[in-house]
Design a protein. Structure first.
Ligand code: GTQ
Length: 345
């Protein structure tokens, strides 16, 4: 009986009737609170430029617009486990050194002449470069170029905070000293299968601090039409940790994919959540019946277990997508599942 006063008594005893919660606690399949969503570069870029004029980096430690999923506003996140933000830094600015247990990376969208110093190593930025800032590594940003520098920030803080493993610390000075050769991680490791023998892993992350767009483009060009690729994702490449052959960081996997002109992908669903940044081209991704139209530098989110398929709407030009996901977490916990699925529409 619903009006049984014993229910009220339970609340004061720190107890609850499982039979009233069962379906939510043990769903037949996952239903993400995140929704399919696209963030418009064309609309957000002017906002970034606005705040670059009105907010100094003394007032804000980082000048970043968070890309907040309408289904995940408190705490704000982009998908269940991951975050995306757009960061802008102006010529002459520096951003305070700090570190946190969250793993992070930057994917460069626009500008040149800036670098991030990561544990004493300056890592330079150019459009399309992927720069890793693994958990608990000191990092600060400096821009000495001539135009605004804009990049996509990615962090796993939604997951780290859910695990209650979040720690943060400011460096005692604004910038950390440079103690390693510039771009050492990418100069030593970013050459296919030739790995320095005198070094050993320093942690669970890839030692490559910067995966340059030049190398990524070279890989995509070299494959050219030698392979069909995946029916779901086209020519899709994983950025790998040379020590393991696995993902670049313990919680985040990164990919780049090329959808040929007219590509019309097969539908799929998997337990992993994904966030995409459009490198070039234009197309659409249909997610659970919702059509997300995208073009250059847009960001879009596919929640876990949502059904989706990618389409390159151009008949003449490639579309190239960068993406990241929580697949390393799902796989290491034995929770990865994937299957064909029809997103409808
Ligand atoms: O640049 O270090 O978007 O610490 C969020 C947290 C960027 C950064 C973000 C951060 C940073």
């Amino acid at each position: 009986m619903t009006d049984d006063p014993a229910y009220k008594a339970l609340e004061n005893l720190g107890a609850a009737p499982l039979w009233r919660f069962y379906g939510n606690l043990f769903p037949a399949e996952p239903k993400s609170r995140a929704v399919p969503y696209r963030w418009s570069w064309q609309n957000l870029r002017p906002q970034l430029l606005h705040f670059s004029q009105t907010l100094s980096l003394e007032e804000a430690e980082r000048r970043v617009l968070m890309l907040v999923n309408p289904g995940l506003t408190d705490p704000p996140a982009t998908v269940n486990t991951l975050y995306a933000g757009l960061q802008i830094i102006l010529p002459g600015e520096t951003a305070q050194a700090h570190r946190h247990t969250s793993n992070a990376f930057r994917f460069i969208l626009e500008g040149s002449g800036a670098w991030t110093t990561v544990n004493g190593e300056r890592v330079f930025m150019a459009p399309g470069d992927l720069l890793l800032t693994p958990g608990w590594h000191w990092h600060d940003h400096t821009h000495e170029g001539t135009d605004p520098m804009i990049w996509l920030d990615a962090l796993d803080y939604p997951l780290i905070n859910a695990l209650e493993a979040g720690f943060y610390e400011k460096y005692p000075q604004r910038l950390q000293p440079v103690t390693r050769p510039d771009d050492a991680g990418s100069r030593q490791f970013l050459h296919g299968r030739l790995t320095p023998t005198w070094l050993a892993p320093e942690g669970p992350n890839s030692p490559i601090t910067r995966y340059t767009w030049a190398e990524t483009q070279r890989a995509l060009d070299a494959i050219a039409d030698s392979a069909e690729g995946s029916a779901v994702d086209g020519i899709v490449l994983e950025y790998t940790n040379p020590w393991t052959g696995g993902p670049v960081m313990p919680t985040i996997g990164c990919r780049v994919q090329r959808l040929r002109p007219g590509f019309d992908g097969a539908g799929h669903q998997q337990t992993t959540s994904q966030i995409f940044s459009v490198v070039r081209g234009a197309g659409a991704t249909i997610v659970d019946g919702v059509r997300l139209d995208w073009s250059q530098h847009d960001t879009f989110a596919i929640p876990g277990w949502a059904s989706y398929r990618h389409v390159n709407t151009s008949g003449s030009d490639d579309a190239v997508l960068f993406s990241y996901n929580d697949e390393p977490v799902m796989r290491s916990l034995g929770l990865y599942r994937g299957q064909s699925a029809d997103p409808g529409a």
